[in-house]
Structure formats: C-alpha cells, structure tokens
Write a protein of this length. Structure first.
Lengths: 113, 116
C-alpha cells in the first residue's frame, strides 16, 4: 500500500519568514495530493491540493509543488503569521477519492511573533 | 451549511469496556468515512460507507471494532472491548462522491477517546 513520509515533524519560524514542509510517497499510481491544516482540538481542514497533471499550484500565501519523478511534494507558506501555527498534514491517494488518502504524520508549525 | 456532527466530544473508559461514537454527515453526502488518529500521527482510514453499504473496511480491526450506517445517513462506530492502544481521536468525514470525484469532503471535530 501507499506510504507517506513527512518532514520535519516540528518547524519553528519567525513571523514573516517562509516555511517549507516536504512529503514523499511510495505509490507511483498516486495522483491526488491534498494538504490539511489542523488547529489544536479542531478538525483537519483542506487548505490546498494538487493533482498529478500539475507541477505547482498557488493560493495567496500558500503553494504546493509536485515532482512526480522523484515522488515528492512540498507545501510552501510565505510571509507566515501567528495564525498559521497548527499541525499540517500531507496526504496522497489514487484517483480523486480524498477520503481514501494515506496521510503523513504531520508537521507542527509554530510561528513566533 | 451545517458541518459533520460527532458526539460525544470526549470519552474516558476503562480497558475492556465498550464505547460507541456517533456521526451525522452533511445532508446529501452519501459517502461517510471513519478514521482513527493516534496522537502524533495522521488520520488512518478505518471504514468507508457509500449510503448504507460498506465500500472498504480493510483496515478495521474487526475483532473489536464494528460500524454501521443502517439508514444511509448517520453512523455509529463501536469498540468492544477497548484496549489501551485504542486511545485516539476518532474522526468522521463525509462527501458527495459521483464515482469520479469527491465533492465537499469535510471532517467532523472528532471524539477523543482515552482508555485507562
């Protein structure tokens, strides 16, 4: 089955700096890669996703890049703000059934004011 | 729009006891998922329903876990008997699935289970 590894497990940045979280996956047939943000005690929420026919996608301060050959994808957050502090999960799945994604173990991002 | 509702919010039980969690999906969402999220890990899919039928329960520990969605709307997940390693957050999610694409995939807030 699919195996998703996520790094780093914790990340601390100063407000205004950029943050990068990286994930690798094992199943070359995976073609849907969502990212979720989970604040303490709250539900995971989709923040951005990318499909395998696209190499990069951007939404305001967040962007995701995908390298299918190397089987890795990354989340980039620019101009970080304290409210970006949360746990971020990457995931991968075949097809477009987001519910069957395999999740990484999460990265705890702390943005220091 | 109302979100995915789950109850209870928290539950503490002793090992070997039974526990049940309830989930009410977003109206119109035929697909419902249950996940186990152990502290420090990502959610792990336990079971997927399409209406009242099970689509995938390959990762459900069937010796102690069971789930049902009798009328194709709300669902219950049960653990009997509970073990210490079952301590986790149990998340429910729902979506509209048209055989090609998920629409509106949304998580509930989860039930935090502590087994002592």
């Amino acid at each position: 089955g699919e195996n998703v590894e996520q790094h780093p497990s914790t990340l601390s940045v100063q407000e205004g700096d950029s943050a990068v979280i990286k994930c690798t996956y094992s199943d070359s047939a995976s073609n849907y890669f969502p990212w979720y943000k989970q604040e303490l005690g709250k539900r995971p929420q989709l923040i951005i996703d990318i499909r395998s026919n696209v190499g990069e996608k951007k939404d305001q301060r967040i962007a995701v890049t995908l390298n299918k050959t190397a089987k890795h994808f990354s989340l980039h957050i620019t101009e970080t703000q304290p409210e970006d502090s949360a746990v971020y999960f990457c995931a991968a799945s075949r097809g477009t059934n987001a519910g069957k994604s395999t999740f990484g173990d999460g990265t705890t991002l702390t943005v220091k004011p | 729009e109302a979100g995915v509702a789950q109850s209870p919010r928290y539950k503490i039980i002793e090992k070997r006891q039974s526990v049940a969690f309830w989930c009410n999906p977003i109206s119109g969402h035929a697909t419902l998922y249950w996940y186990q999220q152990i502290l420090g890990q990502g959610p792990k899919l336990l079971i997927q329903f399409q209406n009242n039928g099970v689509v995938d329960d390959s990762q459900l520990p069937k010796d102690r876990f069971s789930a049902e969605r009798l009328k194709g709307v709300d669902s219950t997940l049960k653990i009997q008997p509970a073990k210490l390693e079952d301590s986790a957050v149990y998340l429910c999610a729902s979506s509209f699935w048209d055989k090609t694409t998920n629409y509106g995939y949304t998580f509930g807030s989860g039930t935090r289970l502590t087994v002592v």
